[in-house]
Ligand binder design. Structure first.
Ligand code: ATP
Length: 223
């Protein structure tokens, strides 16, 4: 009897401070290109030595919930927020790999900016031993890696065949031709701080939540 294929399980990590259309639309496009049935959004617990998110863990989680409500492509995994300590992506992926077993095709989704800085991540070379990396385009970031060693590493893992992602548990890097969305959480926070509209950048329920909780403002709104 033919062995049943396990569906590719895709995880999307990030700070999501706040979640925005650059995240959501890139991954919706990626899902079509890589035949993903579901993507799990996994907000991270930020290490103390890094700039801290402006919204609390609970608020970042609630904003993700609002952004994905009614969209069956997405689900939320809040495991990193439930820990009292920050966790490294590689360690969380080890945990997820242990939960799913060695055969399960697993992928971690990142933007092009994250690919370029991947060599700064804790035990970054172990990542492709645990999963595939699916990379969304991000305008303003180089296509090539910073140096020859990193480029060699990338070239040795690259695939343009979607089937490679579904037929192996991990090990490949897929550079998806997603449309470029010039949106970042940093710009959104700055715009909110300056009372500028963000309707095209953030889903309406998330924006309502931001206003309701007076997030990303140092000065309270004038009545
Ligand atoms: P900040 O501006 O606060 O650094 P951000 O907008 O980059 O935040 P993160 O939550 O840090 O958002 O990003 C999570 C993941 O989403 C990262 O892998 C990042 O590369 C990717 N990403 C964020 N914005 C985009 C975008 N506009 N297009 C494609 N990928 C994106």
């Amino acid at each position: 009897m033919a062995k049943q294929r396990l569906p590719l399980c895709a995880i999307y990590g990030g700070t999501f401070d706040p979640i925005h259309y650059g995240h959501l639309k890139s991954v919706e496009a990626l899902a079509k290109l890589a035949a993903l049935h579901q993507v799990t959004i996994m907000p991270n617990n930020v290490p103390p030595h890094r700039p801290q998110p402006e919204a609390s863990s609970q608020q970042r989680k609630e904003m993700v919930e609002l952004a994905i409500a009614g969209n069956p492509l997405f689900r939320l995994d809040a495991r990193e927020l439930q820990r009292s300590t920050p966790s490294y992506t590689v360690e969380t992926l080890e945990q997820i790999r242990a939960e799913h077993g060695p055969e399960q095709p697993l992928a971690f989704v990142i933007g092009q900016d994250s690919l370029l800085s991947l060599h700064h991540w804790h035990r970054w070379e172990a990542l492709t031993g645990l999963c595939h990396l699916l990379v969304c385009q991000r305008p303003g970031y180089a296509i090539a890696m910073d140096n020859a060693d990193q480029q060699r590493w990338l070239d040795s893992h690259l695939t343009s065949h979607v089937n490679d992602l579904h037929s192996a548990p991990g090990g490949k890097v897929f550079l998806a031709q997603t449309p470029p969305y010039d949106i970042s959480a940093t710009v959104i926070r700055q715009r909110l701080e300056n009372n500028l509209p963000c309707d095209d950048l953030v889903p309406a329920p998330v924006l309502e939540f931001i206003h309701l909780h007076h997030l990303y403002r140092s000065v309270p709104e004038a009545k």
